[in-house]
Design a protein around this ligand. Structure first.
Ligand code: SF4
Length: 367
């Protein structure tokens, strides 16, 4: 049987860190390789989190290098290659060069299961490799499978195969209903997501066993495993659980998530940074830039130095413009208004509001 590697990428964000802790505690028999691909431009809190995690895991987190050079930070190396052209959400060369390509080199042609920390309260699929030797699994979600696997499994052409495999999920009181759902073809009025949810709601473990059995007939990495413990996983973890895992493990929540109070025009608000990644990341919201300016002025000054030859981190204004007193005041006031409108009574974290925009963006950097 071909050996399958199990890997978990630590982005420096809370969700991947919590996933590493969760996997160690729930699946200690899986020999997971933890890795991180450093851009050289993370906040100190991120490096601290990685150190704390190594202690907790009792294992080295492999540092994947995007470049061979020792004297130059990976981001700076590629910025030169791109002639000073700063990355943006429309031209995200940084993720490609600093995260995805190094990761794909790291795994080579080996069969790989990659665990991804997308939470049960998020509606996105994250990075799915185009390489067929890499299969993503999402342990925090009810649906642990990636979109490509689900599309394959639930394709109408596969209904007879699934019906034949059905004995793996056979469960007396649910069997009839399960078969009915399986046998119903997808159509304009019966979408894949509906069928998936019905199957998962009826019997999550049963569905997972069915998918695992089906994958045996494919080239997916899991076809080479005789046993996969996550098939029995029914956990769904949401944001609150993630903070709890980090706090109770002692690894800790990175300090940049901590809300800090600010005052503007007689009103008070709180701000924080909502995600990991480079300190100058263009996905930051304006209030996060203000946070960086006021809480980490040295890093803000470094971010400003990158803005030259007409390139800026934000499309519509430079960092010099953004820190004009009137502009800072306006950003803060707009943010206070927005949070007053949107803060949900049950939300314990400002992050719930700040991270609305983080739901899009770079899964390799922020999970
Ligand atoms: S954190 Fe932002 S700037 Fe850094 S690599 Fe990721 S997307 Fe690019």
């Amino acid at each position: 049987m071909t050996k399958v590697r199990h890997v978990l990428g630590i982005s420096g964000g809370k969700d991947s860190a919590a996933l590493a802790i969760y996997m160690k505690n729930h699946y200690p028999d899986l020999d997971i390789e933890y890795y991180t691909s450093d851009t050289g431009k993370e906040l100190d809190d991120t490096y601290k989190l990685i150190e704390n995690l190594e202690i907790y895991l009792g294992k080295k987190i492999i540092k994947i290098a995007a470049t061979d050079g020792e004297n130059e930070k990976p981001f700076d190396h590629f910025l030169k290659v791109y002639g000073g052209f700063l990355p943006s959400s429309n031209a995200r060369w940084c993720t490609q060069k600093l995260k995805i390509i190094p990761f794909e080199k790291f795994v080579g042609d080996d069969l790989v299961i990659s665990y991804v920390g997308i939470r049960g309260d998020e509606d996105r699929d994250g990075y799915i490799s185009k390489k067929s030797n890499i299969q993503s699994i999402f342990p925090f979600r009810k649906n642990i499978w990636s979109e490509d696997v689900i599309a394959k499994v639930l394709a109408n052409a596969n209904i007879p195969i699934l019906m034949d495999l059905f004995e793996v999920v056979a469960n007396d009181d649910k069997a009839k209903r399960y078969q009915e759902i399986l046998a119903t073809p997808l159509s304009a009025s019966y979408k894949q997501s509906q069928k998936l949810n019905q199957l998962l709601d009826l019997d999550t473990k049963g569905f997972n066993r069915l998918v695992f059995a089906y994958l045996k007939s494919t080239a997916y990495p899991l076809a080479s495993e005789t046993y996969f413990p996550l098939v029995e996983n029914e956990d769904i973890l949401v944001k609150r659980d993630i903070f709890e895992i980090l706090e109770t493990s002692g690894v800790g929540v990175p300090a940049y998530y901590k809300e800090i109070e600010f005052e503007s025009n007689g009103k008070t608000g709180t701000y924080a940074r909502s995600r990991s990644g480079c300190f100058f990341c263009f996905y930051q919201q304006k209030i996060e830039w203000v946070w960086l300016y006021e809480q980490n002025p040295d890093l803000f000054a470094q971010a400003m130095e990158y803005e030259k030859d007409g390139y800026t981190w934000n499309q519509e204004e430079s960092l010099v413009d953004l820190i004009q007193p009137e502009r800072i005041k306006a950003i803060k006031e707009e943010y206070i208004k927005r949070t007053e409108r949107k803060r949900k009574p049950e939300s314990a974290y400002m992050l719930d509001i700040l991270s609305e925009a983080a739901d899009e963006g770079c899964a390799s950097c922020f999970i």
